[in-house]
Design a binder for this molecule. Structure first.
Ligand code: SF4
Ligand code: SF4
Length: 233
């Protein structure tokens, strides 16, 4: 299918299609929802992730912005590709908070990614992939096409690890184990996380960056070793 070639041409290695059955999706301008989502990840620079210790760094803030720009640009291009084929499609913006009270976006990228089989939600409440750990940012494009999906990931592979829980300076991670449909509040005190970032790191995207619970993850650090990064984990 053309989508495989498109992904290859963009250098996207880790992608899949999610069946959104049973979920409430955003609607298009004719109030029609979507049955499928194309989901992919863009890895962060592992050298930058390794440098995070007690909070975000200027390099992390730049990398975060670079990857988000790339995701938004790729998502726009993919919507155009579908439209050119007469198929409805709609992108979810990277890291856009549309509900300030609930501290959420329009649709959780993580839900599409787990249903597409890209990874699980770790104790750090982020998508964890086997290839890059949680050192990724996520992209989602809703599409109205009958594409083969998944298989969905339906359990976590964190095992006994609790490194992210212990590292969180806000005490915001609850140590719970993810399964599909579990309320976010069982994993994360989103308000405590948000307050910590706004209070301690306001200079980084208005207090939206931290990176600590991502940086410590052994799945990310394994990738750093494989990638042959410049600094020993
Ligand atoms: S982003 Fe920072 S404050 Fe929020 S849960 Fe992770 S380590 Fe804690
Ligand atoms: S640090 Fe450990 S517990 Fe946290 S997400 Fe990574 S593997 Fe899971």
């Amino acid at each position: 299918m053309w989508l495989d070639g498109w992904m290859r041409a963009q250098g996207i290695e880790w992608w899949g299609v999610a069946d959104l059955g049973g979920l409430k999706t955003p609607v298009d301008r004719w109030a029609r929802s979507f049955a499928r989502a194309v989901s992919w990840v863009v890895p962060m620079n592992p050298d930058v992730m390794m440098q995070i210790e007690n909070g975000p760094t200027p390099a992390y803030a730049e990398e975060y912005a670079r990857v988000n720009r790339l995701i938004n640009s790729l998502s726009r291009d993919l919507v155009k590709e579908w439209s050119a084929r007469g198929v409805r499609a709609q992108a979810v913006a990277a890291s856009e908070r549309t509900d300030a009270v609930g501290i959420r976006g329009d649709f959780p990228h993580k839900t599409a990614a787990t249903r597409a089989g890209l990874g699980w939600v770790g104790r750090n409440c982020q998508l964890v992939t086997r290839r890059f750990g949680p050192w990724v940012r996520l992209a989602t494009v809703f599409v109205d096409a009958e594409l083969p999906c998944g298989p969905a990931v339906e359990r976590d592979f964190c095992g006994r690890c609790r490194r992210c829980v212990e590292a969180c300076p806000a005490g915001a991670l609850k140590g719970g184990r993810w399964r599909p449909g579990i309320p976010r509040s069982r994993l994360l005190d989103a308000r405590a996380c948000d307050q910590w970032k706004k209070t301690h790191y306001p200079q980084y995207h208005g207090g939206h960056n931290c990176g600590i619970c991502s940086s410590v993850c052994p799945y990310g650090r394994k990738w750093f070793k494989r990638y042959g990064g410049s600094r020993e984990p």
